[in-house]
Design a binder for this molecule. Sequence first.
Ligand code: Q46
Ligand code: ZN
Length: 312
Amino acid sequence: MKCKKCGSKAVVNMRQHKLALCKEDYLEWVPEQAERFIKKYRMFSHADKILVAVSGGKDSLSLWEILVRLGYQADGLYIGLGIDGGFGYSSESHRLAARFAEERGLTLHIVDVEAEYGESIPVISEISQRGRGKPCAVCGLTKRHVMNRIARDRGYDVLATGHNLDDEAAVLFGNTLRWSGEFLRRQGPVLAEMPGMARKVKPLCRFYEREMTAYALLRGIEYIYEECPFAEGSTSIYYKEVLNKLENNRPGAKLTFYLSFLEARERGLFTEAGEVRQELHPCTNCGQPTTAPGLCSFCRMIDKVHGEIEIP
Ligand code: Q46
Ligand code: ZN
C-alpha cells in the first residue's frame, strides 16, 4: 500500500476515509485535521487558555501534544483517583502524565483526590453507596467537579478532554437506545460555558480510536496501555464492540452515525420539542452551578463521606 500523499510505503491505512499514509504524512495529517475540527466547531482560539484533562492514556496525552504543536496555550490537569487494580493504575498513569509534561517543559496541575477530599475514589464510592459496586458514577462526578474547580480557580477559558469518535459514538448509541432527549441535546463537540463553568470541548471527537493509537505510537508518546480496572465489563465497552462489528462490515459507519447526529442536532431536531430549561443555582459550599438549591451532588456526596463539609 502506497502513501496517498508522497507515494512511499504507507503505514496507516484508513479504510473509513479511503486514505493510506506514510508515517511522516500521518503525523502531519492528524494535527491538520484536529485544527480543522477546532475551527469548524468554534472550540477555541489562540487567545484562549486551555486546560487539558490528562489521564495518562493515549488520547489525552496525544491531544495535549497536538494542541501544543498547533501553538495553543494548553496546560494539563491530572486527577489522582487512587485506583490500583493490582498493577498500580493510578500511580503508573500519574508517572506517565508527569513525565510527558516534564520532558516537554509543560505545566501540569495535579489533584490527588484522597489528599484533597480524604478518601480515594473506590473508598468514597463504598461509603457513599453510589454506583452499584462500581466507582464510575463517583469517579465521573468527582472528575467533573475537580476539572471545573481548577479551570475556574486558575482562570482557564476552556476545558478539553480526549474523547475520541469511538467514545462519542458509544455514548450516542446509548442515548439513542434510550431516546434520552436531554442527553442528546447536550452531546456534541462543544458544551457552552455558563456562570461558574468553563466551556468544554472534545477536539478528537472525529478521530477513530485506532487513529489515535497510531498517532501516539508513531509520535513515540509513552502512555498507559492498560484500561482502568473498573472499565471492564462496562456498557460503553459493550456498545463499542457492537459498533465495531458494524464498522467492520461497513467502514465509515461509526463516523456517519456520529456526523449525521451532529447535523440533525444542528438542524434543531433535539432542541424544538420538549426542551426544559432548568434553572441553575450556585452550590452553597463550592459555588459550582447545580439544579437544586443548596449543595451540589459532589458536595452532598463528600458531606456524606465526612459527616461534615471541609471541601477545598
Ligand atoms: S476511570 Fe473512573 Fe473510568 Fe475507571 S473508575 Fe470508571 S469512570 S472506568 S473513564
Ligand atoms: Zn458543591
